[in-house]
Design a protein around this ligand. Structure first.
Ligand code: M6R
Length: 366
């Protein structure tokens, strides 16, 4: 059932070209300029007229929500707030009939997310579910939604569900933006082509596996890790850190790279590995200076960069080159090497990768 892989997590990481492809299939046809999410069709007007979109989720799904926030605001020009479901449900939030709530959950059974939905629903909000498990409680409670179609995810660490969530949310945003006219036809068509190209680019990232295994060997005994990214890659930094801590038990923190100066920089010395997600995008120059700041303090830099980037290669201790993509789609690509890094480090440390201590696949109690 592991199809020859040592662990479900590795199998699921390697399934991503297919799972993202399955998620896009039948919904997106770039050549024809076609994009259709049947599950939300009846709500497209409602969503495009929403006062704001609230996203509620936990863990990795919350990270997918942060990526979606940037995408929705950029393309649809609708204000978005992303909340931990556990905070939302207990803090008497302001929610009303003109709000659309998107609940993101792989399992569709997370107790806090379910409770957040119930609360928002009782205040008249429209609820859309973005879930993987068909027929689970969250999709049943939601007014509408779209499944991620990633197939069963067995490893406790979420991998292919994350990339499928972002794929669905990106399609939702593009569909709305097209409807609203907040994107030009040519921008829209270009993004559809870019999105369709993602599965092949993810496949290229998987070819980095052997290189990442070598890097993992160098850092497997580290006590701490920092992950830094900006813009669309900021949630990827959070996700990389979560993956590492949950399966390898190494303390790791993700930050927006600019926040480094407001505290974490004090931690940097020759024993601190810092993973930069530094692909070529609108914040590239800024992140390059952050890398220099870490190097000046003797931190060890592992940088995820765009193919052909020789500038960062000259500064970082290790560089991992990923295919170029539109910056809003980069999380789908830049997260792959981070999943592999955490996997290999955890295996080298003798950890139970698929069932880490103290964790359950779905958190059905609070
Ligand atoms: O099933 P859900 O997406 O609602 O689960 C949310 C979190 O419990 C989950 O993403 C958790 O953080 C994962 N173990 C992360 O890898």
């Amino acid at each position: 059932e592991k199809a020859g892989y040592d662990h479900f997590m590795l199998k699921e990481i390697f399934e991503q070209p297919k799972s993202i492809g399955d998620c896009l299939r039948g919904r997106l046809n770039a050549k024809e300029g076609h994009l259709h999410l049947g599950g939300i069709n009846d709500y497209v007007n409602k969503i495009s007229n929403a006062d704001r979109i609230l996203i509620v989720a936990c863990g990795t799904s919350w990270h997918a929500g942060l990526v979606a926030e940037y995408i929705f605001e950029e393309y649809c020009r609708i204000p978005v707030e992303v909340e931990y479901a556990s905070e939302f449900r207990y803090r008497n939030p302001i929610v009303g009939e003109k709000d659309v709530v998107i609940a993101i959950s792989q399992s569709g059974e997370t107790a806090d997310t379910l409770a957040a939905i119930e609360l928002a629903k009782s205040k008249g909000a429209t609820i859309l579910g973005v879930c993987n498990v068909v027929g689970a409680s969250i999709p049943r409670t939601s007014h509408a939604g779209s499944y991620t179609h990633a197939g069963p995810e067995i490893g406790v660490a979420s991998t292919k569900a994350f990339t499928a969530q972002i794929s669905v949310l990106t399609m939702m945003a593009l569909m709305l933006a097209h409807k609203k006219g907040s994107l030009t036809e040519s921008e829209y068509r270009k993004l559809l082509v870019e999105l369709e190209a993602v599965p092949d680019k993810v496949a290229k990232c998987l070819d980095l596996n052997a290189q990442i295994e070598i890097i993992s060997e160098k850092f497997k005994d580290a006590a701490n890790f920092l992950y830094l990214g900006r813009g669309y890659n900021f949630p990827v930094a959070l996700e990389g850190a979560l993956k590492l801590k949950e399966i390898s038990y190494i303390h790791a923190e993700g930050y927006p790279a600019a926040e480094m100066k407001h505290g974490p920089i004090a931690l940097i010395d020759e024993n601190m590995p810092v993973v930069f997600i530094a692909t070529k995008d609108s914040s590239y120059e800024k992140i390059v200076s952050n890398i220099q700041e870490v190097k000046a303090r003797k931190g060890k830099v592992i940088a995820i960069v765009t193919e052909g980037d020789t500038d960062i290669a000259g500064m970082a201790d290790y560089t991992v080159e990923v295919p170029a993509a539109h910056e809003s789609l980069m999380p789908l690509i830049s997260v792959i090497p981070l999943q592999l890094l955490s996997y290999h480090i955890a295996v080298m440390r003798g950890c139970n990768v698929d069932q880490p201590r103290n964790l359950a696949k779905s958190v059905t109690v609070e």
